[in-house]
Write a protein that binds this ligand. Structure first.
Ligand code: GRF
Length: 200
């Protein structure tokens, strides 16, 4: 059974989708054991607690204000919980280099567009959907990808597409893409679990 940590800064609907898929038995071989948030009032922390998952608020400030202590403390948290895989789900902080190096190929993220388009620094939330509509695209979607040093640059695991309607707004597109994400993220995690099981 792989031990999963989820990093989330806000509402946590993707965390909920992952937990639901595990409860339903559609996502197997993985157990969410830790949720980390840089935001002490993130709903994601509450979702974790109500599902019996350890929930930790962890930020540079809570770690004492020093970058190196923060990075090492995060690594220690992950190692002490024997984390195998990390899923970013609306996590608004850059992942420290030390974590990327220690968990290369074992950190994934969900992005609300069809990468490699509409990714990179500043491309988050409604900014993504505004950019997609301004570019006159007829399709958008969601991408689950591995996390590397540069934003949204790692190998793609899985994508799902949707059509953009004539009267689409950034908000309506955000809703459409989010519901794709909820289906896509557990499926992508299942693929990764299978791949990692074959490797071990
Ligand atoms: C999602 O749209 C995801 O693509 C992006 O942040 C949002 C997180 O939503 N990275 P939630 O917190 O999982 O509801």
């Amino acid at each position: 059974m792989l031990r999963l940590a989820v990093f989330a800064s806000g509402r946590g609907s993707n965390l909920r989708a992952i937990v639901d898929a595990i409860h339903l038995g559609t996502l197997k071989g993985i157990e969410p054991v830790l949720v980390i948030s840089n935001n002490s009032s993130a709903e994601a922390l509450e979702i974790a607690r109500t599902n019996g998952i350890e929930a930790i608020h962890y930020s540079i400030v809570s770690a004492g204000g020093d970058e190196t202590t923060y990075e090492q403390g995060m690594l220690e948290l992950l190692r002490s919980r024997h984390i195998d895989l990390i899923a970013l789900a609306g996590y608004m902080k850059k992942i420290p280099q030390a974590i990327i190096e220690a968990y290369r190929g074992k950190i994934v993220n969900v992005h609300p567009a069809l990468l490699p388009d509409f990714g990179g620094e500043g491309m988050y939330g409604v900014h993504v959907h505004k950019a997609v509509l301004s570019a006159g695209k007829q399709r958008s979607g969601a991408t689950v990808h591995f996390v590397e040093e540069d934003y949204d640059s790692g190998a793609i695991v899985l994508q799902a597409e949707c059509a953009i309607d004539e009267n689409e707004t950034p908000e309506s597109l955000a809703r459409k893409v989010l519901s794709l994400e909820h289906d896509l993220y557990p499926k992508a995690l299942q693929l990764i679990v299978k791949r990692l099981e074959h490797q071990s």
